[in-house]
Design a protein. Sequence first.
Length: 90
Amino acid sequence: MPLNDTTRTYPRTMRAAFGMSPEDAQAIFCYRRPLYERILIWLLFRFGWALVLLAVFLLSGCADDLQAHADVQADLADAIHQAAKGGIHE
């Protein structure tokens, strides 16, 4: 504890040492996060696994593969339709 320059004594109480008594001090555990932040954290803990799966799905190129598969299926259906009509001539 530092020496008081005015009185040349060491502080003998908490108020003298730190400027406040323990009853005056605000404890850190009294702080409560804002509602929007608590809801966001709850949602991340609740549905974080889905966000991870979505990120893996989008970043790995699986969405492009699904679109390519859909295009191939559409071409196949068109070819079958044309063959049924007799549109393919050699």
